[in-house]
Design a protein around this ligand. Structure first.
Ligand code: HAM
Length: 422
């Protein structure tokens, strides 16, 4: 059948074969954040456009080129959130939520960026993010990275992802570095591509992040930010590396890692995989001291990261991590309408005992219903025919192993199943 309407470019539908995988991963995520005592926060998808412009940075691609914005009926400038950090901070400040001390929060939901779609890059995508607010020491940087490392183990991905870290120093150190970087890049201006030329005035540090193979040598030879940071920043960074080593978390220092959002300083990091081509960053984050104050809150620091759910799903599918059996316990087969009504009552009791039950609906011969039960992957069939109806009994048939079938008094159903279904 040809649908009259199609998905918008860069959007995706997820059918039950996919959502099973999503739910599997989501459950691991929920347990994981619980085990670190992070608390959940939910914020709206729509926010004031200025919130993102001011904090993520006007010259970044996310804001300058990719944000979905519109004017609502009262001419207010609205944006579909392109990320979750800033919305979280807005909410925390608005509700004065840090009044009682530091907080560890997590969120999960759709984000929107009008990027050029490709495998692993979509216009609506989902982030699972954590933010630790009000902790200034390097211990939280280490714990945050440890937490992400732990997640890969829980997902069985630890040998397929690599950690890259860098320090961006503080704002002043970066401004100083920027002058030297621009001078250097100006000298090679004739070799820069269109994107880099555009960034030369607005966001030169991002040029270092370029994927263009022809620019790699120029970027490799560029002055390094790490050589421009002061003693205090360096000490902070060295302490982080020392703790990561002690915690046995392998990392690679990437002096060109600058991140695509403007609010970062000091620690930045990314977890990447080689399995997903150019969209291989599965998790990214860093420290954003000063941002909470800039948005109207108190002068406390923050650090966090976000995981791209679609990329985790793609990676796990590539590695063959998903192989779910159908989870139906009972498939209800009934001879006629009266039998069906009775079966519905029994099915409700089964469900209240945490069994999953699929009831066949419609007018098909019992033989056809059995065929469907067999191909459904269910473990057992629950059969109600005329005889069962008349004698208040239920027949259970094993569809997978060789236990055959048993007819029992309906009032003994749960007792019987506790033994039989083990
Ligand atoms: P980000 O690097 O922009 O950081 O995004 C984080 C992750 O979201 C990426 O590493 C990637 O896995 C996923 N992602 C981003 N864009 C797309 C896309 N178009 N399609 C599919 N996946 C995508 C942030 O958003 C920061 N808020 C992270 C953070 C939290 N920093 C501190 N706290």
């Amino acid at each position: 059948m040809m649908s009259k309407y199609k998905l918008l470019t860069g959007m995706q539908d997820f059918l039950p074969e996919d959502t099973k995988n999503w739910q599997y991963i989501e459950n691991i995520f929920y347990e994981w954040v619980d085990s670190y005592a992070y608390e959940s926060i939910r914020t709206p998808i729509l926010e004031a456009k200025q919130l993102f412009v001011r904090s993520v940075g006007e010259t970044t691609d996310v804001i300058g080129k990719e944000m979905y914005t519109f004017q609502d009926i009262s001419s207010e400038e609205i944006a579909l959130r392109p990320e979750g950090t800033v919305s979280t901070l807005r909410a925390v400040i608005e509700h004065n939520y840090l009044y009682s001390g530091p907080k560890k929060l997590w969120y999960y939901g759709p984000m929107f960026r009008r990027e050029r779609p490709q495998k692993g890059r979509y216009r609506q995508f989902h982030q699972f993010g954590v933010e630790a607010l009000g902790f200034s020491g390097v211990d939280i940087d280490a714990e945050i990275i440890l937490m992400s490392f732990d997640l890969w183990k829980r997902l069985g991905l630890e040998s397929n992802v690599q950690l890259e870290i860098n320090t961006l120093g503080n704002g002043e150190e970066r401004r100083n570095y920027r002058q030297y970087l621009v001078k250097y890049l100006e000298k090679h201006k004739h070799l820069l591509d269109e994107d880099s030329l555009r960034r030369l005035d607005s966001n030169p540090l991002r040029i270092l992040d370029t994927k263009n193979p022809e620019l790699q040598e120029i970027c490799n030879q560029a002055p390094r930010l790490v050589d421009f940071i002061g003693e205090e920043s360096k000490l902070f960074y060295d302490s982080l590396k020392m703790i990561l080593t002690e915690l046995e978390i392998p990392f690679h220092e990437n002096h060109r890692l600058v991140r695509g959002l403007d609010y970062y300083n000091h620690t930045v990091f990314e977890w990447t995989t080689k399995q997903l081509g150019s969209q291989g960053t599965v998790c990214a984050g860093g420290r954003y001291n000063g941002l909470i104050q800039e948005l109207g809150g108190s002068d406390v620091s923050g650090i966090g990261f976000a995981i791209g759910m679609e990329r985790i799903i793609l990676l796990m599918r590539t590695l063959g991590c998903f192989d779910f059996k159908n989870e139906i316990d009972f498939y209800v087969v009934s001879q006629n309408e009266k039998c069906l009504i009775k079966a519905m009552k029994y099915a409700t009791i089964l469900r209240s005992h945490h069994y999953s039950v699929y009831t066949y609906l419609g007018e098909q011969k019992i033989g056809t219903q059995f065929k469907k039960a067999n191909s459904s992957g269910a473990r057992y069939a629950m059969v109600i025919g005329e005889s069962e109806l008349e004698h208040n009994t239920i027949t259970f048939k094993d569809l997978r192993s060789g236990k055959g079938q048993r007819t029992i008094e309906s009032e003994n159903m749960i007792c019987f199943l506790q033994e039989w279904v083990k």
